[in-house]
Design a protein around this ligand. Structure first.
Ligand code: FAD
Ligand code: DHB
Length: 393
């Protein structure tokens, strides 16, 4: 057994865990990160792609902005496409704010490099991770690493271990309520070696379902299709994916360029919020506490927003002020419920409801009405712009 001590033990080396550990280091507060996957696996995981302006500012303030400034693609707005027409929503003109396309994978790569250069303690491939005594003032984390048993005693434990992690599950069921809903469709996402065919992201509602054109760099496109929840990836050979993308994204006079598909996966869509983000000296951040359907590009940004709040609250605690830590859960959830309603409404506005024929036909026309209103109303566009570019952290 190797006993260790630290101020904050962080479970999970996703963006939330790595960023919190980095923000604490910046403030002179020790932490240790425990991750159950390998570093290679964490670096290879392809997920979100859009950073809110406040997320960019946070990463830059913490010294993580060099490659982001050089390689991130700043976007002034998006396109909304429906009924065969494409409409530009220019956030910068509407409210003077922008977003930046920079893959979550790149954020994680920058964080891991910064931690490696600084000599941070991160245990990868930790097995049997468990948290104990979270109601006490000396909670513990136990795990096995390289065949050896480890125990870390800390002032606080932070669950940054995603939706399937162990931290939220360690809160007694009587003390927590889980609010959730699933959606009757899923997203098939591809990465393709082809320059993007668009200057801004395209979100399209088509009779056959939702489609989106995003990107990762001037050479790499990222595209998504609404598919059935029961679909498996084998049912979607590359030719079928491109054909469906051509149909759903096509408008006269525009060409979608195709290229080699280098990654493809299907993701279920879910909304989920835990009723509390703290229990004793355990705090939850990011996907451990809440999940959004990806249509509003809010998952990664919400994780970063939590970390900003929790990091400041922990710094406050060590400076003698416990009020922000006591208020962390409530403040983070208040912001999160606003993000939830935005993500839910974007999702419902842009996906085909596969329900019974009569209600599906009604819903589709009602969605077209909503999109027609939105693209014709500056007030509605300003509201979309404010929420898409991000509420204040
Ligand atoms: P995670 O990134 O999930 O990190 C949690 C970490 O904890 C992981 O490294 C995991 O291995 C580790 N862990 C789990 N259990 C344990 C354990 N028991 N012990 C130790 N470590 C553990 N959002 C968008 O906005 N747009 C998208 O297109 C998008 N696509 C997505 C696609 C997929 C397949 C998924 C799953 C999510 C997607 N998201 C997307 C959401 C976004 O990526 C997440 O919101 C974001 O990753 C949250 O970061 P996090 O650090 O809280 O959690
Ligand atoms: C991406 C993902 C999203 O969920 C979104 O709304 C926009 C872009 C992306 O992966 O690029």
């Amino acid at each position: 057994m190797s006993p260790e001590n630290t101020r904050v033990a962080i479970i999970g080396a996703g963006p939330a865990g790595l960023l919190l550990s980095w923000a604490l280091r910046d403030a002179g507060i020790d932490s240790i990160v425990v991750e159950n996957r390998s570093q290679e696996y964490v670096l290879a995981r392809i997920r979100a792609g859009v950073l809110e302006q406040s997320a960019v500012e946070t990463l830059t303030r913490l010294g993580l902005g060099d490659r982001l400034a050089a390689e991130g693609l700043e976007h002034d707005g998006i396109y909304l496409q429906f009924a065969g027409e494409r409409h530009n929503i220019d956030f910068n003109t509407l409210i003077g704010r922008t977003v930046t396309v920079y893959g979550q994978q790149e954020v994680v790569k920058d964080l891991i490099k910064a931690h490696t250069d600084a000599g941070s303690t991160i245990y990868y491939e930790a097995a049997d991770v468990a948290v104990h005594d979270v109601e006490s003032t000396s909670p513990r984390v136990t795990f096995r690493h390289d065949g050896e048993a480890h125990e870390i005693t800390a002032d606080f434990i932070v669950g940054a271990d995603g939706f399937h992690g162990v931290c939220r599950a360690s809160i007694p069921p009587k003390a927590i309520t889980l609010y959730d809903r699933s959606y009757p469709f899923a997203w098939l996402g591809i990465l393709a070696d082809v320059p993007p065919s668009t200057d801004e992201l395209i979100y399209a509602l088509h009779e056959d379902g939702f489609a989106m054109h995003s990107m990762r760099s001037p050479q790499v496109s990222r595209l998504y299709l609404q598919v059935d929840t029961a679909d498996s990836i084998d049912q979607w050979p590359d030719e079928r994916i491109w054909e469906e993308l051509q149909t759903r994204l096509g408008v006269p006079g525009w060409t979608l360029h195709e290229g080699a598909v280098t990654d493809k996966s299907i993701t279920p869509m879910r909304s989920f919020v835990a009723s509390r983000l703290s229990y004793g000296n355990l705090f939850l951040t990011g996907d451990a506490g809440h999940i959004v359907p990806p249509t509003g590009a809010k998952g990664l940004n919400s994780a970063i927003a939590d970390v900003v709040l929790l990091g400041a609250a922990l710094v406050g605690h060590y400076a003698g002020d416990d009020a922000p830590l006591a208020g962390y859960g409530e403040a983070a959830l208040r912001r999160q419920w606003k993000v939830q309603q935005f993500s839910q409404s974007m999702t419902e506005m842009l996906h085909r409801n596969p329900g019974d024929l009569q209600s599906a036909a009604f819903d589709y026309r009602s969605q077209l009405g909503r999109l027609d209103y939105l693209t014709g109303s500056l007030l509605a566009q300003r509201e979309l712009a404010e929420q898409y570019t991000g509420l204040p952290f």
